[in-house]
Every structure is written in structure tokens, then in C-alpha cells.
Design a protein. Structure first.
Length: 285
């Protein structure tokens, strides 16, 4: 869940809006919809998990299926209510986001359209931040497309995390990481140091943030993707998925910096060490 707030902050930055109370409501909405998807995913996979991952809460009997489904519904309703609190434009984005989450969990993930659906969900989550902050999503479409590309590649790799697969999929994800690193390094105004009032040390700091965050993204994702390419076994594929998930945070921060919002970038980047710490206790895959 540490990968979620950055979606909204990146969308807010891309729309040239300053985060405010509506942005916070949108983050709450995003968190609820994301967790609804996680719960619904386990509910939909309970039969498969009974065979492959019997230690999980549903197949082990620690959580009843009816309770999980009820929780997914309640979280979805809460997410939509929080989006409505952010304004009508935010709700207009949150509704198809919720529909995409449910469609993915209940069927699309087992079809060739699965990775595209997951990518659409992440892109819509970023647009939620733009809609909540400024009421407009068009300026945030390029950032949403970049985040969607990362999610598409990551989800394609994750489809093989249990049984392993061919090296082509992690290789494609590795290539995508390289392309994204180059694209997010091209700041809209930061790269030229021409932000209003940005002079001297401030301009240097902003340019440094723009350069460091794409590098952090590449460093987090590229190495496990490379290992999975060389040996696409289940353990290395799972590590690649975990690396791709963790890399979402520096990518979001880089998108914030690219849009001229270094403060939002640093706030987002600060979530990375927290995510790494808790990943040692709970598997991110």
C-alpha cells in the first residue's frame, strides 16, 4: 500500500495543481480501492490458493470467504464515497477505476487482457489525483501513460511468479525500464532549470532531484529483471515482481519531479524505505 499515495501525488503534480484537502481525500479513496482489489483478488483465487498457497488467510480458514467479499464491497463503497468528497471530477475517475479493479479480479487477470487492465487501473489512479486537485485530467495523461507502461510490464512478469516462464517477458520488462528511465529524466521544465524563481542552489537542487529519482527507479527494477531474464525460475521471477512493485515508488517520485513538484517527489520517495522495511515482514507479491 506504500505504492498507492504516489499515484495521486504524481497526478496532482502532472495537472500543475498544489496538493490540498481534496488530494488527501483522493489518497484515501485510492487506498481503499487498492485494498478492495487485494481482498477481492484473494477471494477470487481461494480455490487456486488452496492448492498452491494454503498458508494464505482464506484457504487456511483464518478468514471466511463471505467476510472477505463483504470487506471488498465495503472498501469499494468507502473509496467511492471519499472520491465523491474530493469532487465530481474525482468521482468520475474513481467509478471506472473501481470497475476496472473488479473486472480484473473476477475474470480479466486470467485472460490476455489482464496486464492491460492492471495498467489501466494504475493509470486511472494517477488521473484520480489530477481530477481531485485541479478538476482536469488531460495534463496528466502523459504521466498516466508512463506509469501504465511500467505496470503493464510488471504485471506480465507477475503472471509467471508461481511456475516460472520464458526469459522474454522479464527481458521486455527490463527494456521498458530503460525506456521509462530515459523518458522521466526529461523534465518538463526542471531539466532546463527554468522554473519561475528557480535560481542558484534551488535550481541545482531541483535538477538533482530530477536526475536522482529516475536512477533510483532503474536501480530498483533493472537488476531483478535481469536476473529473471537469465534464469526465469519461480524464486527469481518473484524477486523480479517484488523489485518492480518497489520500483513504482521512485517512478512516481520521478514523475512528480518531472512535472515540477520536488516537494511531492520527496514525500513520495520517503515512502520507499518504509515499503522496504515492511516488505521484510509481508511479501509484496
Amino acid at each position: 500500500m506504500f505504492t498507492v499515495p504516489g499515484d495521486v501525488l504524481a497526478g496532482s503534480a502532472s495537472a500543475s495543481g498544489r496538493p490540498g484537502p481534496r488530494t488527501l481525500w483522493a489518497i484515501g479513496s485510492s487506498l481503499c480501492l487498492y485494498e478492495a482489489g487485494m481482498v477481492l483478488n484473494d477471494w477470487a483465487d481461494r480455490a487456486e490458493d488452496a492448492a498452491e498457497r494454503p498458508h494464505r488467510p482464506l484457504p487456511s480458514g483464518r478468514v471466511r470467504p463471505a467476510a472477505a467479499l463483504t470487506a471488498a464491497c465495503a472498501l469499494t463503497a468507502t473509496g467511492l464515497a471519499l472520491a465523491a468528497r474530493s469532487g465530481r471530477p474525482a468521482l468520475t475517475v474513481a467509478a471506472p477505476l473501481a470497475a476496472t479493479v473488479w473486472a480484473y479480479d473476477l475474470g480479466l487477470k486470467r485472460t490476455p487482457a489482464g496486464p492491460a487492465a492492471m495498467a489501466a487501473a494504475r493509470a486511472l489512479d494517477l488521473l484520480l489525483g489530477a481530477a481531485a486537485t485541479s478538476g482536469h485530467v488531460r495534463p496528466a495523461l502523459p504521466s498516466a501513460a508512463l506509469l501504465g507502461m511500467h505496470t503493464l510490464a510488471l504485471t506480465a512478469v507477475s503472471r509467471h511468479e508461481t511456475q516460472g516462464g520464458a526469459p522474454l517477458t522479464p527481458l521486455a520488462a527490463l527494456a521498458t525500464t530503460g525506456v521509462l528511465t530515459r523518458l522521466v529524466s526529461r523534465g518538463r521544465t526542471l531539466a532546463k532549470g527554468k522554473l519561475p524563481g528557480a535560481k542558484g542552489k534551488l535550481a541545482f537542487f531541483r535538477a538533482g532531484v530530477l536526475a536522482a529519482l529516475p536512477a533510483a527507479y532503474a536501480a530498483t527494477a533493472a537488476r531483478p529483471y535481469l536476473h529473471a531474464t537469465l534464469n526465469p525460475s519461480p524464486p527469481l521471477t518473484q524477486r523480479a515482481v517484488g523489485g518492480g512493485i518497489r520500483a513504482t515508488i521512485p517512478l512516481q517520485a520521478a514523475l512528480c519531479a518531472r512535472s515540477g513538484a520536488p516537494v511531492s517527489a520527496l514525500i513520495t520517495a520517503a515512502l520507499a524505505p518504509l515499503a522496504a522495511r515492511f516488505a521484510k515482514r509481508v511479501s509484496v507479491t
